[in-house]
Design a protein around this ligand. Structure first.
Ligand code: FAD
Length: 386
């Protein structure tokens, strides 16, 4: 199944897709093996850095980016089709480099961003806390203003990349030192210091990236590492959420397309009762149904990105795509497992890795319920939904 070939993609988009596909294809054969070990893929990050794939959304001095949001979506889908680990490196690189470029003073950003773009440095995003994930506003982490900076105390948990990151973008409750008005402030917290404890999880998915709890014990963060305006941190940190949701579901779609292609090859070869199993509608119809669902979900995702490129509201469409395309992608991979019989659950076959890695995407960037909450609020109004 080709990923593009649509009237919604113009010639430049098709060329962009072919460029990413050509790059990613070299790594397709490594995905299964890499998904079993915990070595961070610095080699992937560096290779993508050379290609400029980690800074697709970083604006140049004129505010222009090297790719449209729609093209960044294409990149995530194509990279994940070949090897999820490439896509996940691209995801974090693009989000953190663009956020830090916009939210730090230029001379401070210059100390951090070039190494992210080169794939030599990873910055984690720490928002979830032990007591609240979906309700990010319920955070308990607090920061107190002191001379020259802030002292931050709290715990963030389930933070992807934290075991390999030099720093974490995070958010805390604060009070305006002059007025006492409550607000939230976003910080870039260097992790390699005594007041920070990174406690890695035992992983069964996304192994090369790691996840961890990060305890912040009265950590001093200098004023120049405050992101955006103090007191308005929530807006800074959640700004890229809609865009991130669409990248997440397109990564899922890439992995589901790979599962479907593997399965299409398998079912025409595998025989049962003297015939290829593709001749049974119980096998061929799920392939037809899932290919159709994926196609529909993908166009919803690209529609959301085209709205974003046009500068139009797209929160509802991004949430719709995140929920629906993730659901379709997981359904596709589960049906592919069934079509493979016992092979579908083998550790040494690609489908279980695709299933695990895709299921992680369903929770990160908000669960299906949270997407439906966003959609319902945008249709019915916040007061009506709560
Ligand atoms: C693989 C993976 C990677 C992650 N990486 C990161 C990361 O890098 N950084 C980070 O900050 N976090 C990360 N997370 C955490 C993730 O963002 C949270 O798990 C997610 O937001 C859900 O929060 P929670 O786990 O606290 O669940 P809860 O918020 O406790 O929710 C539990 C259940 O209740 C449901 N629920 C909650 N509120 C409502 C409601 N109002 N209406 C209906 N249902 C509701 C949820 O949908 C869910 O099913 C990651 C998670 C995973 C699985």
């Amino acid at each position: 199944m080709g990923s593009t070939g649509s009237v919604l993609f113009d010639e430049a988009d098709e060329e962009f897709a072919a460029w990413v596909r050509g790059f990613a294809a070299k790594y397709a054969g490594q995905y299964l093996e890499r998904s079993k070990n915990t070595d961070f893929p610095w080699d992937y990050a560096a290779a993508m850095g050379v290609q400029g794939m980690l800074g697709l959304t970083v604006p140049d001095e004129n505010g222009a980016t090297s790719a449209t949001k729609l093209q960044v979506g294409i990149a995530h889908e194509e990279l994940a089709y070949a090897n999820f680990h490439l896509a996940q490196c691209a995801y974090t690189g693009n989000i953190t480099s663009s956020l830090l470029t916009r939210a730090l003073a230029p001379e401070v950003a210059a100390e951090w961003v070039p190494e992210i773009l080169a794939g030599q440095r990873i910055v984690a995003m720490g928002i979830t806390e032990p007591g609240n994930g979906s309700d990010a506003q319920g955070m308990r982490t607090r920061a107190v203003k002191v001379d020259g900076g802030w002292r931050v105390t709290g715990e963030k948990t389930s933070i992807t990349f934290a075991p390999h990151s030099q720093a974490m973008i995070t958010i805390s409750r604060t009070e305006d030192p002059a007025t006492g008005r409550p607000g939230t402030t976003a910080f870039l917290v260097p992790l390699h210091q005594d007041q920070v404890q990174v406690l890695p999880f035992e992983e069964y998915l996304w192994r090369p990236f790691g996840r961890a709890s990060v305890a912040l014990n009265d950590v001093f963060v200098p004023d120049h590492l405050v992101l955006g305006e103090p007191g308005r941190g929530f807006a800074v940190i959640t700004g890229p959420f809609d865009y991130a949701r669409v990248m997440t579901c397109l990564m899922a779609a890439g992995m589901a397309r790979r599962a479907l292609d593997v399965t299409a090859g398998y079912v025409v070869e595998r025989q049962s009762f003297g015939r290829p199993i593709s001749s049974y509608q119980g096998v061929s119809f799920p392939i037809a149904e899932n290919a159709t669902r994926l196609e529909a979900g993908r166009w919803l995702a690209y529609h959301a990105l085209s709205l974003a490129d046009a500068g139009r509201p797209h929160r509802k469409e991004a949430a719709m795509a995140k929920w629906l395309l993730l659901d379709y992608s997981l359904q596709t991979i589960r049906d592919c497992v069934i079509a493979h019989g016992h092979l579908g659950v083998a550790e040494d076959y690609i489908l279980q890795s695709l299933l695990r890695d895709t299921s992680g995407l369903e929770i990160g960037e908000g669960t299906p319920q949270i997407q439906k909450l966003i959609i319902a609020r945008s249709i019915l109004g916040r007061d009506a939904v709560g």
